[in-house]
Design a binder for this molecule. Structure first.
Ligand code: NDP
Length: 288
């Protein structure tokens, strides 16, 4: 039996429509939601991500302000820009595209963003609030994964979830979100001797590893739901292609539902960014 393929594009479109409706409600009250996008350097993948974010912002009815800085821009100049954006009333969300050039301390830049404009949800205040189950701007990728799970499974109460990977931007916030949904949560990482054996017990597996097709049939219990966060560019049969952290061809024969790569988690990340921008603008104007 083949798994249901979770249509990230369709669900992302729904999320984007919700963001657009939220933006329209703000506009009725005279507030134009605004997102500042900062790109430092020429990284080709980052350029594509930024272009997509600006396009989706327009689709959602959110004003975007692009700031493209050269690779040699100093850390002090990036911090000065963040300071200016923090003060501007027409900017409700600030996104600094990662990775930054090596001479710039990413953590310092993230912490400089006003926490209530931190639409990526990476600021320690937002990450900490999420861990405590308090209102926060939640990191877009895990937020999108949770939405995919809820659209697929409905109530997640009591399910056993294994999160593969413990990064600050995906693994840890993902685990916190699943805990908030009353799942039993296990996080596995590179130091866990038999991560596959733990994953094989799970109803839900979220893979955020950055290793092409690491999670194969041996990791998955029949009937599990599998969310593949990975985006890996590989060369195969003389062609360059994108694959996830899950071996899709193997796992689709075992799982009940699975996200494809591309077309799964990726579109959700951008849609959730738009939702976060609307939430940030709403909170900054104290409209609830
Ligand atoms: P990181 O490199 O920051 O973290 C990877 C995690 O995987 C680490 O915790 C690491 O463990 C763990 N890991 C590595 N090897 C193994 C292994 N053999 N078994 C178990 N765990 C292992 O990656 P990110 O979290 O930033 O990203 C993960 C993937 O998701 C990447 O492919 C990235 O491109 C993609 N991504 C996709 C997004 C989207 O919008 N779809 C957004 C963000 C990321 P340890 O901590 O011990 O080193």
């Amino acid at each position: 039996m083949s798994a249901r393929i979770i249509d990230g594009k369709a669900i992302a479109q729904k999320v984007l429509e919700e963001a657009r409706a939220g933006a329209a409600r703000l506009r009725e009250r005279g507030i134009e939601p605004g997102l500042a996008v900062v790109l430092v350097g020429e990284d080709p993948a980052s350029q594509v991500y930024v272009r997509n974010k600006v396009l989706k912002a327009a689709e959602a009815g959110i004003l975007s302000f692009e700031h493209r800085l050269s690779t040699t821009t100093s850390e002090a100049d990036v911090l000065a820009l963040i300071d200016e954006l923090n003060r501007r009333d027409d900017v409700h969300g600030i996104l600094v595209q990662l990775p930054l050039p090596r001479h710039i301390d990413e953590q310092k830049i993230i912490e400089a963003i006003r926490y209530d404009k931190d639409v990526d949800g990476f600021h320690a205040l937002n990450a900490g609030a999420l861990q405590q189950g308090r209102p926060a701007l939640v990191a877009c990728t895990p937020w999108g994964c949770l939405r995919l799970l809820k659209e697929t499974l409905g109530n997640l109460d009591g399910k056993h979830a294994v999160v593969v990977g413990r990064s600050n931007i995906v693994g840890k916030p993902m685990a916190a979100l699943l805990l908030r949904e009353n799942c039993a949560v296990t996080i596995v990482h590179s130091r866990v001797p038999d991560a596959a054996a733990l994953a094989r017990q799970a109803d839900i597996v979220v893979a955020a590893v950055g290793r092409p097709r690491l999670v194969d049939a041996h990791w998955i219990k029949p009937g599990a739901t599998v969310i593949d966060v990975g985006i890996n560019r590989i060369e195969e049969n003389g062609k360059s292609r994108l694959v996830g952290d899950v071996d899709f061809e193997q796992v689709k024969n075992i799982a009940a539902a699975i996200t494809p790569v591309p077309g799964g988690v990726g579109p959700m990340t951008i849609a959730c960014l738009m939702q976060n921008t609307v939430s940030a603008a709403t909170a900054q104007h104290a409209i609830y």
